[in-house]
Design a protein around this ligand. Sequence first.
Ligand code: NAP
Length: 318
Amino acid sequence: MPDHLGAPLDNPVFERLALVGLGLIGSSLARVARRKNLAREIIAIDASATVRDRVQKLDLANHVTGDAAEGVSNADCIILCVPVGVCGVVAEAMKTGLKAGAIISDVGSVKGSVVAQVEPHLPAGVHFVPAHPVAGTEQSGPDAGFASLFHNRWCILTPPDGTNSDAVARMRAFWEGAGSNVEEMTPPHHDLVLAITSHLPHLIAYNIVGTAADLEAVTQSEVIKFSAGGFRDFTRIAASDPTMWRDVFLNNKDAVLEMLGRFTEDLSALQRAIRWGDGDALFDHFTRTRAIRRSIIEIGQDSAAPDFGRQPKENDAQ
Ligand code: NAP
């Protein structure tokens, strides 16, 4: 295949892959699984008839159904691609259809809560390997997905202690086949890391865009007109899916509150430096933060090319 995704695998990682929730992430997985031959057969399960209809029209799967238990029967891998708040409900709905030896995974942006919701519903002999691809966009739905979404992005696996090592190795092979770099960590550590790298930035974006929208001294049209000064990047993040992000904050409450506490302390220090005209403190702080941006570019997780939020970003980490 003459594209940057590379050649399809000679042998698929899974025979029957069931994807539950065919939104941005689920439909991107369906696309890359087809392109890279990661699974011989793809089953798409979605609660929404409109989504199922689109999946059929886009020809993303071999079989499309709204019945989770029927859809997962005979699947050797099932990946939950639904908002984190409904992972437990979905696991319960599909449990009677799971075959022994099947691998259950997910793509949720929070891991501790998903493990707590899903584990109680899993029959013996089924392997649970939670995962989080740190890749996404602010778009939702089956039309928003694309095969290269996970290319050169991290995917974090958080297998509980004692998870079958073959199951972990197969999930690793699946994500590497999708183009990702794979790392393992515990669910609590994942939730702490993502609280600062993803969840807090989204909260700040939602807040600053809300504050700007509520201002009376500055008109809405001025906010939109002069947005290139930095505001425009925040508006892109603040356009992210409300259901997904509501669930992230409700399900990663402790880690987000911990990071929010540190953030407000540091913000107060900057506020104080501005009030007291402490230019050295501001300059030192901005110099440190600039170095972090350079490190991200150096490891290839973003480009140095300026776009001021104008180009559609395919791969912003979530
Ligand atoms: P999305 O585009 O909104 O897709 C979610 C899909 O799940 C929708 O088709 C939705 O149908 C369906 N769904 C909801 N409840 C369901 C249920 N009970 N049974 C079956 N299907 C159900 O969301 P997404 O962005 O792909 O996010 C999916 C997961 O990926 C979330 O857990 C999120 O935390 C994680 N994630 C997202 C990103 C990102 O950037 N978006 C990045 C990494 C990880 P309806 O539309 O009808 O509700």
